[in-house]
Design a protein around this ligand. Structure first.
Ligand SMILES: [Zn+2]
Length: 153
């Protein structure tokens, strides 16, 4: 789920009223900011393109942009509110490159003996854009946002 703050940052939105932001719509070739971004109940993100793009189209465009963006440890640190040093030393998180995109690797030690280490690879700020890596570095499992309602990007 992408938060209101992440949406505002991703789209370089500017504040238009006390409760709303506006940005250039990612779903059409937008010269002027046509997209209104608001915050609904429960932190849901409200979107409306004044040029007429359907909600689903705007949502998909934002998801695509999130996926293309990648993730750096410094961004993950800001999202979690934890220092980079702590994440590196205590959690052993690492900046990596996955298929040309910046990503963060999260190692997990499995079993009581602690012999096996598997890594979870997180590709973007979307918490569903994450998968387990096997020993050969192959992608063995992926979870993706699929059926979130629009308000839930
Ligand atoms: Zn639009």
């Amino acid at each position: 789920m992408i938060s209101f703050a992440q949406t505002v940052e991703l789209l370089h939105a500017t504040k238009s009223t006390d409760e709303q932001f506006s940005a250039r719509c990612p779903a059409h070739n937008d010269a002027n900011p046509s997209l209104s971004i608001g915050q609904g109940e429960d932190g849901k993100v409200l979107l409306h393109c004044h040029a007429g793009c359907p909600f689903e189209k705007v949502k998909d465009a934002i998801h695509r942009r999130v996926l293309e963006q990648g993730l750096r440890l410094s961004e993950y640190s800001a999202m979690k509110g934890l220092p980079v040093d702590y994440l590196q030393t205590e959690w052993r998180l690492q900046d990596i490159t996955w298929q040309g995109r910046p990503a963060v690797a999260l190692p997990y030690i499995e079993g009581a003996s602690g012999g096996t280490i598997r890594r979870k690879i997180r590709l973007s700020k979307d918490s569903h854009d994450m998968f387990w890596e096997d020993g050969a570095g192959a992608r063995i499992h992926i979870q993706r946002f699929e059926s979130h309602p629009l308000r839930h990007i």
